[in-house]
Design a protein around this ligand. Sequence first.
Ligand SMILES: NC(=O)c1ccc[n+]([C@@H]2O[C@H](COP(=O)([O-])OP(=O)(O)OC[C@H]3O[C@@H](n4cnc5c(N)ncnc54)[C@H](OP(=O)(O)O)[C@@H]3O)[C@@H](O)[C@H]2O)c1
Length: 289
Amino acid sequence: MILNETYPLSDGRQIPKLGLGTWSIDDDKAAEAVRNAVALGYRLIDTAQAYGNERGVGEGVRTCGLPRESLFVASKVAAEHKTYEAAAHSIDETLEKMGLDYLDQMIIHSPQPWTEFRLEKRCFEENKAVWRALEDAQSAGKVRTIGVSNFLRDDLESLLSDCRVKPAVDQILLHITNTDLPLVEFCKANGILVEAYSPIAHGEALKNDAIADMAGKYGVSAAQLCIRYAIQLGAVALPKTADPAHMKNDAAVDFVISDADMEVLTHMERIKSYGDFDVFPVFSGKPLA
Ligand SMILES: NC(=O)c1ccc[n+]([C@@H]2O[C@H](COP(=O)([O-])OP(=O)(O)OC[C@H]3O[C@@H](n4cnc5c(N)ncnc54)[C@H](OP(=O)(O)O)[C@@H]3O)[C@@H](O)[C@H]2O)c1
């Protein structure tokens, strides 16, 4: 069962192959979503300072009935924190908000503040300062695995050139029709595990006829095909839902997509619009590389 499977990380830890995404789950609904997910066997929960639900996610972790060490709790340093001090302070705030002694994973949410996402001005030096705050938080036992999100190859190269600890993960937009294979390969070659965010294209994959046809061929739902696709690429899949029936469906992915169909899915015509969510920088259509 996929919920029991893990990937090894470069820091020697293990991370579940499937986790619960919590973006857009309200703070007052997050604890119940986490408890429901844990009851179904989920062990990885992904939140972020920017989601406004760290308090609720933390409550869910503390009240789910399992020992803290059996869960993998992940959050993200907000994209706007681009100094050592701001990042370090925000990690302490996250722990306090969540009511936890440590996080299993903390990552830099974005290489640039959202207002500058994928614009010309890069933040290579700023990210090195933020990274040192993450390294120090790791040394202090506040966080275990450290990594990044939305980093492109040159963002990673800059960090790799000047770090005590290599980033263990890069959490990136990855779904059927939108897969940056060169970046995935670069991560693989450098021992960085890819985490697939928005694996269902923020819901848009559920409206796509070609994906529906392929899901029909395997007798699975479109959501299941999307999750299996990310996992077969060697990535962690982080679907979001607060609906226990969907959580259950998302975790029933013990089927295998053929190599030929993986090729078809990777190169299928790209989902171009995320509807109302196109306004979010991550879905703005700016090229990944
Ligand atoms: N690092 C970053 O910059 C970044 C950016 C975006 C997202 N993320 C992470 O990735 C997670 C997932 O991405 P996302 O929130 O954009 O969306 P997603 O997981 O790609 O898609 C979520 C949509 O799929 C639906 N869904 C899920 N399972 C389903 C099922 N079995 N059957 C039918 N519908 C199903 C959900 O509906 P219901 O809610 O009705 O179940 C929701 O509408 C986020 O929550 C967050 O943790 C990270």
